[in-house]
Design a protein around this ligand. Sequence first.
Ligand SMILES: [Zn+2]
Length: 714
Amino acid sequence: MFDKKRFMVTAALPYANGPIHIGHLAGAYLAADIFVRFLRMMGKDVVFVCGSDEHGAAITIKAKKEGLTPREIIDKYHVMFENTFKSIGISFDIFHRTSSELHHQTAKDFFMNLYNKGQFEERESEQYYDEEAHQFLADRYITGTCPKCGFENAYGDQCEKCGSTLNPTDLINPRSTLSGSTPVLRKTSHWYLPLDKYQVWLKEWINTGKLDGAELHDPATWKPHVLGQCNSWLDGGLEPRAMTRDLDWGVDVPSEIPGSDGKKLYVWLDAPIGYISATKQWAADHNRDWEPYWKDNDTALIHFLGKDNIVFHCLIFPGILHAHGEYILPVNVPANQFMNLEGNKISTSRNWAVWVHEYLEEMPGKEDELRYNLIKNMPEQKDSEFTWKGYQEVVNTELVNNLANFFNRVVVLTNKYYGGEIPDFDMEESFFSSSDPDMDTYFDSDIIHLYDMLSELHGHVMSFDFRASLKLVMEISTFGNQLLQLNEPWKIQKSEPERVAVVMNFALQITAVLAVVTRPFLPFASARMHEVLGMDFSEENGELVDIMGKLAEGEAILPAGHKIGEPIHLFTRITDEQVEIQIAKLENSKSASTEVALADTFVPLKPEISYDDFARMDIRTGKIIKAEKMEKADKLLVLTVDLGFEERTIVSGIAKHFSPDDIIGKQVTVLANLAPRKLRGVESKGMILMAENAEGRLMFINPDEDFPAGMTIQ
Ligand SMILES: [Zn+2]
């Protein structure tokens, strides 16, 4: 892959109906940013594109909810995305948007091309139509009762209570969210991409890298979970997928196609074409040709994204590109898995997230601290977790104690001993203790060691192993700290100044290497190091090739006599208070969202009853003294309950929530005069009263521990 002439790198287009959180950064954007910055620093020709994904029903729904137009929603989030990405140092060459005229035209042309080639199958189906609003209803515009769990506000594509995937026609009592009316089924026709016909070549291309005899990629370099997800779809059999929708917000189906009226492109057709239109806009802005980046076999196309987008980028988009015929296919899709937060899945609707724009406001100047944590815990092969305590620990021990400490010491000592000038020395004569006992203790041998570390770094980055890359960068800093620790220049400066000059010269070369290699990971700290060391911090353009060339020759990066600046603290400690504020903020959003969830799901009150109705119930305190599972009934427990004046057998449907051992000895409340009932042959006399919450969790209504059994409750 590295031998390709140019690189086309994309990062998943964020959907313009909510801000960016740390899971997004860790999933797609940081990985892409490190990769691209590294390539540029290796002198490669690379274009890095992204943009806002601004179509689809979710945006119109959000607009309705907030009383805004879809245009106002996308403008709001587009500006927010641009600012957030820029502030956290994601170095896109262009951040485009799918609402642009250029994109609409590009997507339409693409559709027209496939249409003219006869790639689509036109099919008729029945879909819900709102007769009052005069429009077909996207899945999210329909709510109704979930057939699986009975939740009354399930969406047409998913029940948010039980998580089931649904079709709109599965819903019981469907309602239109536009007018509240009951929608009717109406015939509509759409253009389908016959993925079933692509199945064979997609399977071969994914798993062998070969297509029509050409070797296009090496599947051994693909992440196992990416291949696994693709193959699980392929094994299930691909089905034709509709590429158009009946919507009023999106890219129009080209008007020259009969029956196109009121039809829009499916957002998952339109969005990845956004990478192409972004490249076109970039090319126009820079007077370049966009086509080689998408059509020349000497280009490596690489898509960065989170695991929820794998299928679209590995099967559907390649299917579309290949059907078109002029486009290259990706050589890799290094998708990441998910990052969780403090023990829970990140959730936008429950506000369980660290929003990047809020982080930047609340932790000003700490962009790299967040980047470092997210890269260190990047969910490259499996889901990972972010915690604020972990964040604090990592910043304080690794960034402050290791990197910042080394950099500061070197700059302080250089200013103290040499007035801020890189000391000269006689390479033939001088020696110092190396961290590697097997190595010759000469300056040039350790320089080669540094070179080897950079080669290893290159290997990690090219295999999308960014955690290992970051670790290696920190090992270079550790190497520097060990050099100072082993030689203790502050103890021998008076007695052995020649030796100290070698040590300090080499330590300075390490700081220079660190200033350069931290750039893809910690670009802000890298800029500060460049400034202090008096190094040029311009566009990323081949500087790694430059320093690796020097190191390979045993040459210094900072020549003797070069003047550096005053010492600085690259990073400062994160205090307990800072992380406690963040944790408290999360806890608040948790309780707030629980309240909202409960308010949404309160069961309606039953009809009023008289006092006499109530007085007829005999409710008593009791104590469970025995509990057993009922055979062949996985929900039922047979309980023996002490009511003080007698022991009762009560059968209770709580076996899924409680095990017998957990509840023996529990104080309970019992409806004691309920007519006996036989359950699976066992007579149950009475009922244990329980509370049930919105998630279906049960709780005993228990009297105080010291309250005896048999007392009446009224
Ligand atoms: Zn459900």
